[in-house]
Structure formats: C-alpha cells, structure tokens
Design a protein around this ligand. Structure first.
Ligand code: FES
Length: 136
C-alpha cells in the first residue's frame, strides 16, 4: 500500500468515527433515555409557571415534570413506551395518558393500562428555592 493511499483510508475512518461521536452526543441532548440527566427549571420563568400550581406540568428535554403538591414533583420520560407518543398528565385521575392508543401510567411511571408494557423512566427532583433540579 502506498503512503498516500494509507493516509486516505485512515483519514476517512477517523472522520467517520468523529461523525459517529458527534451524532451520538447530539442525540443525547434530547433523549431522556440517556444515562445521565441533570438540568434545572427556574420556576420564576413564565415558561415554567405551571409548576407553581398543583397539577401543573412542564415538558423539557423529553421529560414531563408535574407538581403533585407543594414541594412534591414527579418527572418521567414523556415518550410513551409503546410507540413514543408524548404522554400528558391527567390531574383528575392522577396518571399519565397517551392519546395514541390509550395507555396510562401511574405517578411512578408504571403501566396501569396497555398496550404499553414498559414503564416510563422516572427521574429525581430536588427543589431549592425557586430552582427545580431534574436528574437521574
Ligand atoms: S403510543 Fe402510547 S399507547 Fe401507543
């Protein structure tokens, strides 16, 4: 193999690996199934004001966060485990509902009605003043 041919092959492989890394990093920024989640919601912002009332919810980074009561929040991956439709919180029944095929999930993310069979991923929450941290 000539030197120029070797460099061309190795160079192409390096670029392919680098692109693969970039795609992985990029997809991780919006995929709540990634291993590590850690972000904060400023409850003084109008975009997050729903979290100042019981039953209010906010979606961020593929995670739905609900205020159950003062200082008590639930954060779950929002994509239904059946086919990925975003679930919504239903205050009257205190569960999460997928409008696509009707699956429901408990506050802990467990399936309470199919066709979904897998639980929604649950995340930790920590309120400090007006800052709500959501983390895995
Ligand atoms: S996508 Fe949610 S029940 Fe089918």
């Amino acid at each position: 193999m000539k030197r120029a041919q070797f460099i061309k092959i190795v160079g192409a492989g390096t670029v392919a690996c680098a692109c693969g890394q970039l795609v992985s990093c990029s997809s991780n920024t919006t995929n709540p199934t990634r291993a590590t989640v850690d972000f904060k919601l400023d409850l003084t912002l109008s975009a997050n004001s729903a979290l100042n009332s019981d039953g209010g919810s906010v979606s961020s980074q593929g995670i739905i966060v609900v205020r159950i009561s003062a200082g008590n929040f639930v954060a779950l991956s929002q994509a239904c485990t059946h086919q990925g439709t975003p679930v919504v919180f239903q205050r009257a029944s205190n569960n999460f509902f997928c409008s696509n095929h009707g699956s429901t999930f408990s506050l802990s993310g467990e399936v309470t009605k199919g066709p979904a069979v897998s639980a929604l991923r649950r995340f930790n929450t920590e309120l400090t003043g007006t800052s709500l941290r959501v983390f895995s």
